[in-house]
Design a protein around this ligand. Structure first.
Ligand code: HDE
Length: 752
């Protein structure tokens, strides 16, 4: 009798649950309009976007504009099912022999759910594990047609793309703003086959031959014994390697410059690094280097900001990219090429074009624009798209070929190889994000995760049984034909050419092309990184390299380390600076910048004109964030988006002070009330001002705002401080200052 009773009760409970599911929604509560307080009991639309994301315009690229339904969520369909499509009535309780009894092995739903979960993680990328990506479009200008026949570069041709940015060293969960090189990989889904431009934000690389890649990566990754430090280059194994391996010096200088700590993925240049060979419609060839030029200019964080952000918002770059796209501030880059005659020597002005540790200064070979990239849609699912995307330098369309750069050749092997492990077999090209948009008709068969149901009996060539199909194409119908490049009669050997031997002239060229403030940052970065090494011999060896590049730089770093500056052993001569290498000195668009506005809810005057100010900031393409002591409602249509507890200066490109808010009760949780009472302005606001000042940011103030400035010991007439009567007038001047990114003149550089 007892078991029957238990079964009956269980059935009754199940029926009750099913009845719950079909209960209609409360009247007057339309689905998906406002966040439900209680969990919904019927399918509803996705939650609305948060207010920050709705500025500067409420436009998103998720609708008809791109044809993608980014808001589609699997969870929105009506009933939960198993992977086989059977509807479920309960997913919270395992099937048990009685309420308190043991769990039954026959519970297929439990086993399917747990088994799938157990296998949810795949190996992260061995390098570039941490990344963020977006969809977009590339439009060709047609200007490349003279040198390259690739169809996607023709005038007005629009090609869908997917771009993934990344750090190199850190693991998938590491912080965004570490000092590192950034990956900049773009998949062009062209009509002639996929083209992957797998580049970095630094135009040179640490090594000249791919066989050394495992060495440099083992050196920079965390120490194998304790697995520390995470996502850092400031440690002994890295400096041990690069101080012994002088061909890394040029990349090292870029890595330690402001390029190693970008403000945003949207504000980075990208480089294909290697020299490629372009082929025109008649078969003539040209050598070329690819460059991405950001419309917003190249901007960086300060080192202190970068370190703070790693703790405060480890997702800073990922969030910045997604928020900008969500708000309609679509980032753009112009694709450009430097072109060189395809001579047998493959050199230009004495620079070996096959050496990936060398640049060709833009003043010698200008970057010529050939198209525009716009990122306009966020991925719908991080794992399916950003994690599973597989780039490969060998994915080339007709018109783009490789050269004999030995680094590029190792890469041509590595990407496919690593993806077989990472994506669980050879069929990853069938994953939606990797599927070419050109028709695929291969004879690759079977293997793990085969999704195609291939018909026919003759996946081989030649055949008669499948009608001889598929046939070979000629160049006239778009076949990819490698350039018939002569190969030098030579001996087999493991050697580098003599033209790869100069490791110091170009680092000097880079360093001497920077403005004094940028050079000062490089000096500090070397001093910081070497200061973090334990081994004295490594520091001394690194200084010997610096002595060869620039005696002044070496002396300053040596001074910081408390070591004597060594003499140069292979000093290089004078160089002609390349102004294009400096990121400072130009005025850039300010779109997409974040402006913090400090208000005091108790002081009505500080709220006056805020609506208009927010509108003006939005209209200028920037994002205003109102900061108050408490979150929530301030007045009609005005909410505080940050509080003194959640806001930190590093989130803002500029700070506006509409008030000098007194200390809130939660201002100083770790200090006694007496100390708090002595402060006229909330100390967290004071800290925000101090940090913005130190990080050379523009600060504006009106109303009581100047009082807060004084509390932070910032003089109202100092450089980059704007004090005025009206919010709009102050913002206008602050926006002008933002055009140059920072007010560097506030702190004149001490380096020569
Ligand atoms: Fe990569 N690199 N790389 N690399 N690389 C990978 O491929 C490799 C190099 C770059 O967002 C891996 O799928 C070797 C230069 C980017 O998914 C791997 C060598 C440049 C990304 C690999 C290099 C890059 C990768 C790891 C020396 C700039 C991320 C996971 C011969 C031009 C792509 C993967 C993404 C990823 C190998 C050097 C850029 C292991 C052997 C130079 C942007 O295959």
């Amino acid at each position: 009798i007892k078991p029957a009773k238990v079964v009956k009760e269980a059935l009754e409970k199940a029926v009750e649950k099913v009845a719950d599911l079909v209960t209609p929604p409360a009247p007057g509560k339309p689905a998906g309009v406002s966040p439900p307080v209680d969990p919904p009991n019927r399918p509803q639309g996705p939650l609305p976007r948060k207010p920050d994301q709705a500025s500067p315009s409420t436009r998103t690229a998720t609708g008809a504009e791109t044809g993608a339904a980014a808001d589609t969520r699997g969870q929105q369909a009506e009933y939960l099912t198993t992977a086989q499509g059977a509807r479920l009535y309960d997913t919270d309780h395992s099937l048990k022999a009685g309420e308190r009894g043991p769990t039954l092995l026959q519970d297929h739903h439990l086993r399917e759910k747990i088994t799938h979960f157990d296998h949810e993680r795949i190996p992260e990328r061995v390098v570039h594990a941490r990344g963020a990506a977006a969809h977009g479009v590339f439009v060709g200008y047609g200007t490349a047609a003279q040198v390259c026949k690739a169809g996607f570069l023709a005038e007005g041709v629009t090609t869908p793309v997917f771009t993934r940015f990344s750090t190199v060293v850190g693991s998938r969960g590491s912080a965004d703003t570490v000092r590192d090189t950034r990956g900049f990989a773009t998949k062009f889904y062209t009509a002639e086959g996929t083209f992957d431009l797998v580049g970095n934000n630094i135009p040179v690389f640490f090594i000249q031959d791919g066989i050394k890649f495992p060495d440099i990566i083992h050196a920079v990754k965390p120490h194998p014994d304790r697995e520390i430090p995470q996502a850092q280059s400031a440690h002994d194994t890295f400096w041990d390697f690069v101080s012994l391996h002088t061909e890394a010096t040029h990349h090292l200088f870029w890595h330690l410059s402001d390029r190693g700590i970008p403000r945003s993925y949207r504000m980075m240049e990208g480089f294909g690094v290697h020299t490629f060979r372009l082929v025109d419609a008649k078969g003539a060839t040209t050598l070329a280097k690819f460059h991405w030029k950001p419309k917003l200019g190249v901007h960086s964080l300060t080192w202190e900001e970068a370190q703070l952000i790693n703790g405060i918002d480890p997702d800073f770059h990922r969030r910045d990219l997604a928020d900008a796209i969500e708000s309609g501030a679509f980032p753009q880059w112009e694709l450009g090429i430097q072109v060189f005659p395809d001579t047998p020597e493959q050199t230009f002005e004495g620079i070996d074009l096959l050496d990936p540790t060398k640049i060709v200064p833009e003043e010698l070979a200008p970057v010529q624009p050939i198209g525009m990239l716009t990122l306009n849609r966020n991925p719908t699912n991080f794992f399916a798209e950003t994690e599973q995307v597989a780039f490969h330098v060998g994915h080339l369309p007709p018109g783009i070929d490789v050269t004999d750069d030995p680094l590029l050749h190792a890469r041509l092997f590595s990407y496919l190889d690593t993806q077989i492990t990472r994506l669980g077999g050879p069929n990853f090209a069938q994953i939606p994000i990797n599927r070419p948009h050109a028709p695929v008709n291969d004879m690759l068969r079977d293997g793990f995760h085969q999704h195609a149901v291939q018909s026919g009996v003759a996946p081989y060539k030649p055949n008669t049984l499948d009608g001889g199909c598929p046939f070979m194409a000629g160049a006239d119908v778009g076949a990819y034909v490698e350039v018939a490049q002569p190969v030098a009669q030579s001996v087999k050997q493991r050697e580098a050419p003599a033209s790869f031997a100069d490791h110091f002239t170009q680092p000097r060229l880079f360093y001497r092309s920077l403005s004094p403030v940028e050079r000062e940052h490089v000096v500090r970065a070397f001093t910081f990184e070497l200061g973090k090494c334990y081994e004295q011999s490594i520091r001394e060896r690194a200084l010997r390299i610096l002595a060869n590049v620039d005696a002044e730089l070496c002396a300053q770093v040596a001074d910081g380390l408390g070591l004597p500056a060594p003499e140069a052993t292979k000093p290089v001569g004078e160089v002609t600076p390349s102004p294009a290498l400096s990121q400072i000195g130009q005025v850039w668009p300010t779109a997409g910048r974040i402006v913090g506005i400090v208000v005091d809810a108790e002081n009505q005057a500080s709220l006056d004109g805020l609506h208009e100010l927010r509108q003006a900031i939005n209209a200028a393409g920037l994002t205003p964030l109102v900061i108050a002591a408490r979150g929530g409602h301030l007045e009609d249509g005005l909410e505080a988006q940050r509080t003194f507890l959640t806001a930190r200066s590093v989130e803002f490109d500029a700070l506006l002070l509409a008030a000098a808010p007194p200390p809130a009760p939660d201002a100083l949780p770790s200090r006694d009330d007496k100390a708090a009472a002595q402060t006229a302005v909330d100390p967290r606001v004071v800290l925000m001002i101090e940090e913005c000042y130190r990080h050379a940011k523009a600060i504006g103030a009106w109303g009581d705002g100047p009082t807060a400035l004084l509390e932070a010991r910032v003089a109202p007439d100092d450089l980059g401080i704007v004090v005025g009567d009206s919010p709009a007038g102050v913002f206008q001047q602050v926006q002008e200052l933002l055009g140059t990114h920072r007010v560097w003149d506030r702190f004149p550089a001490t380096v020569v």
